[in-house]
Design a protein around this ligand. Structure first.
Ligand SMILES: Nc1ncnc2c1ncn2[C@@H]1O[C@H](COP(=O)(O)OP(=O)(O)OP(=O)(O)O)[C@@H](O)[C@H]1O
Ligand SMILES: [Mg+2]
Length: 307
């Protein structure tokens, strides 16, 4: 059974889907109306120019566990369509970074901005932060599809039910439509024939592909992968990487924490090397893997080659 907090994000995120979609439709309508206001008959509408909005950005993100500074001021932005591989040695803060982005961990300071909207925080008297508006957090999580190392499928539901659960019961989308979409997603990840099996009846690679289908069923703007293949037997790794590669090729925005260096180099269009909670290197794969500026990154990469 998945940890409670991780299960809850699927549900809570989905709960806001309808309200957010409708609010966003209303907002677009109002924006269009206000753009027209005051114009004479026959006036042509000049296209409104606005700076491109990052799919995700974080600014000055810090996180500490007790005396341990795990994230020490992380700044980066991911544009729509970018595939960013996040690499670094064990304990460098990669998972904590993803968990702070979807607020499974609450950062001590800094901003998380999803689709141009900053997640509001309230500072408590003890100096810690908490989200100012739970509804906003739920809404933001709606746009983040998280895939964990340990799959986190619901063991008492079939593969198909795992995929349809949140869209039907939380997003309140029509069951027939969701089921049809879920079957298409299962076919896309290559496990259409496993729809009626339970997680315990399928392999780890198949479970992870079901978990990817489940995340996609929420129609997220960004996919977050935390070492999606590291719990798999080596012969099952390839089938999951193939699915992730296909998602990259179709232009999905993804943050991918991985120890698969060859894969990161091949699918990512940008690589971030994290060391002791700081971004030491951030650039295109050829630069980071071929000519890293940071000595620590060089050492890390050569240790990976030896492993
Ligand atoms: N909830 C927590 N409480 C206390 N310490 C934590 C917690 N979560 C992570 N840490 C510590 O923070 C540091 C960074 O952990 P994190 O899981 O982010 O590393 P990582 O880069 O993902 O490592 P790995 O490659 O092994 O998955 C580690 O020293 C870890 O022990
Ligand atoms: Mg980790």
């Amino acid at each position: 059974m998945p940890p409670l907090a991780e299960r809850c994000i699927t549900i809570a995120a989905a709960r806001m889907h309808n309200r957010w979609a409708s609010a966003s439709r209303n907002f677009r309508g109002l924006a269009a109306k206000s753009a027209c206001r005051g114009r004479g008959r026959g006036a042509t509408l000049a296209p409104m120019k606005s700076p491109p909005v990052s799919a995700i950005s974080v600014k000055g993100l810090t996180k500490r566990f007790g005396a341990l500074d795990v994230l020490r001021g992380i700044d980066f932005a991911a544009a729509d369509g970018e595939v960013i591989a996040i690499i670094g040695s064990s304990g460098s803060g990669k998972s904590t970074l993803l968990r702070c982005i979807n607020l499974l961990e609450i950062p001590d300071a800094g901003e998380v901005i999803i689709g141009g909207e900053t997640i509001g925080m309230t500072r408590l008297r003890d100096g810690s932060q908490r989200p100012a508006d739970r509804a906003q957090v739920d809404r933001m999580r709606q746009s983040l599809g998280m895939v964990f190392q340990s799959f986190n499928l619901w063991s008492h539901l079939t593969v198909l039910e795992n995929v349809t659960e949140a869209p039907v019961h939380v997003q309140k989308r029509p069951k027939a439509e969701v089921t049809q979409e879920a079957r298409a997603l299962l076919a896309k990840v290559g496990i259409a024939e496993k729809a009626d099996q339970y997680p315990a009846q399928i392999s780890g690679g198949q479970q992870q592909r079901a978990a990817i289908a489940r995340a996609l069923a929420m129609r997220p703007r960004v996919m977050l992968f935390d070492e999606p293949t590291s719990a798999l037997d080596p012969e099952l790794v390839g089938e999951v990487l193939r699915v992730i590669r296909a998602l990259a090729e179709e232009g999905r925005t993804m943050l991918l924490v991985t120890h698969e260096m060859g894969f990161a180099r091949e699918v990512a269009n940008r690589v971030i090397f994290l060391h002791h909670g700081v971004i030491e290197e951030d650039g295109p794969p050829d630069q980071v893997f071929g000519h890293p500026k940071s000595e620590r990154c060089r050492q890390f990469l050569s240790s990976q080659l030896r492993a």
